[in-house]
Design a protein around this ligand. Structure first.
Ligand code: HEC
Ligand code: HEC
Length: 391
């Protein structure tokens, strides 16, 4: 059903109570969970990507470019490589660099960078020819006025108008610290204040993968008020305030891995934790971590009227108003299939369903996240459920 195509992303929109424009849409993985991924060229040079081609046709978007990220190894772009190498890599074909593969998984699945950085076709599907090339007016807070209200995401591809000429440290400074090479701060709609808690290995893997993304020429416009560069980057999430499982918990190790995925490498904390007043240094109220209630306007998500006007993020804590009666399997099913125990489809912008980014989570990662959520201390917060009405 096409609704699925319109899903996801835009945690941002809620964050800004902005609306209008059908900004984002999904960049997801192809159906079947196949990645239309990268094949490494030699020399750690370029890799073709295309991120998520559906149906295994890594076809479009697979022209590698960018040459090697400054390695100098005569690394001109290889094209596509054998896209379709599926399991066959390893023998014969060029091996997929494990660091690049990890980065691909983070960018396209766990951290959902793609959701905000890839423009969409009119039908809501990701525009793979412009994979990760940035979305003009990603949020339009005032569609009636061309002079104000636009925030664009940026070009992350290997082109001069993207990240090609940025050093690894410059790139990491942007997505982990919120600081541009010229010292300006990024707007906190870009969740650097959360990604800043990911491991060095994962941050490096993201950079390694981004170096393989085919270059697309795309210069994005400057942001307009109220989205101009803040004086200071937003404060990083204080991990001491993010609930930890009890050390005696039988699933402790798994839940700790889940905590990392939900609150450091991934965006669950961000969408499911109440926002603070605009202008506050900390973008989220961590005393109510995972209690939900963040709002997204249906119109801002470009959804049809069968959805309620406002969609709220769910309370994921173990309270009666949250996931008190849920099992780990129930949560895994939401993540991978997009349906609740009552068989209700979960509404956008939660990136689930067959085409949602989380459909490609590994079974282990999905279970780790579920085990973590089950350890969250209860916080009472009754949130309206998104009921989809028959047309
Ligand atoms: C919720 C949407 C959203 C998500 C998710 C997101 N970004 Fe962004 N990103 C943005 C926006 C919007 C900007 C522009 C901010 C500004 O101009 O102040 C941006 C800017 C950036 C920049 C600055 C580029 C430049 O040249 O100025 C980098 C780098 C970046 N993002 C990388 C990432 C990576 C890597 C991920 C995933 C780990 C990611 N983003 C996830 C919305 C997002
Ligand atoms: C872009 C925002 C966004 C992100 C990111 C996000 N969610 Fe959600 N999530 C939502 C919204 C909105 C709903 C409510 C949809 C509805 O009511 O149908 C929801 C619903 C859920 C539900 C169903 C709860 C219920 O009571 O029906 C679970 C479980 C869940 N999210 C877990 C997660 C986990 C785990 C992550 C990270 C891996 C995550 N979410 C990331 C927006 C988000």
């Amino acid at each position: 059903m096409r609704l699925r195509a319109v899903l996801f992303s835009v945690m941002a929109v809620g964050a800004m109570q902005a609306c209008g424009g059908d900004d984002d849409a999904p960049p997801d993985p192809g159906s079947g969970g196949t990645t239309g991924t990268q094949t490494t060229g030699t020399n750690g040079g370029s890799t073709a990507s295309g991120g998520s081609a559906s149906g295994g046709s890594a076809g479009s978007g697979t022209t590698a470019s960018g040459g090697s990220a400054g390695e100098g190894t005569g690394g001109t772009a290889t094209t596509g490589g054998e896209a379709g190498m599926g399991g066959g890599a390893g023998e014969g074909g060029a091996p997929v660099d494990p660091e690049v593969a990890r980065g691909e998984y983070l960018v396209n699945v766990v951290s959902v960078c793609t959701d905000c950085h890839t423009p969409r076709n009119p039908d809501g599907s990701p525009d793979l020819d412009n994979f990760l090339a940035g979305v003009e007016c990603f949020i339009d807070a005032d569609p009636a006025d061309d002079e104000v209200g636009c925030l664009s995401s940026r070009n992350l591809t290997n082109h001069a108008t993207g990240l090609m000429n940025r050093s690894d440290d410059e790139i990491k400074n942007m997505f982990l610290e919120g600081v541009r090479p010229n010292g300006n701060a990024l707007h906190p709609v870009m969740p650097y204040w959360s990604y800043g808690n990911m491991s060095d290995e994962d941050a490096d893997a993201i950079v390694a993968y981004l170096r393989t993304v085919p270059g697309v020429e795309h210069r994005l416009p400057a942001n307009q008020a109220p989205f101009t560069s803040p004086d200071e980057p937003a404060a990083r999430v204080d991990l001491d305030l993010v609930p930890e499982p009890e050390t005696g918990d039988p699933n402790y190790e798994s839940a700790m891995r889940g905590r990392y995925l939900a609150a450091q490498a991934g965006p669950c904390l961000e969408c499911h934790t109440p926002e603070t007043e605009p202008g506050t240094a900390e973008p989220r109220d961590l005393s109510r971590a995972f209690a939900g209630g963040n709002m997204f306007a249906r119109d801002a998500l470009g959804l049809p009227p069968i959805f309620p006007e406002t969609i709220y993020t769910s309370n994921l804590t173990s309270d009666e108003t949250g996931l008190a009666d849920w099992t780990a399997e129930d949560i895994v099913r939401v993540l991978k299939e997009g349906v609740t125990p009552e068989d209700k489809p979960v509404c956008p912008p939660m990136p689930v369903g067959p085409m949602g980014a989380f459909a490609r989570l590994t079974d282990e990662d999905a279970l780790d996240i579920a085990n973590y959520l089950l350890t969250l201390p209860p916080i009472e917060n009754e949130v309206p459920i998104c009921e989809i009405t028959a047309p």
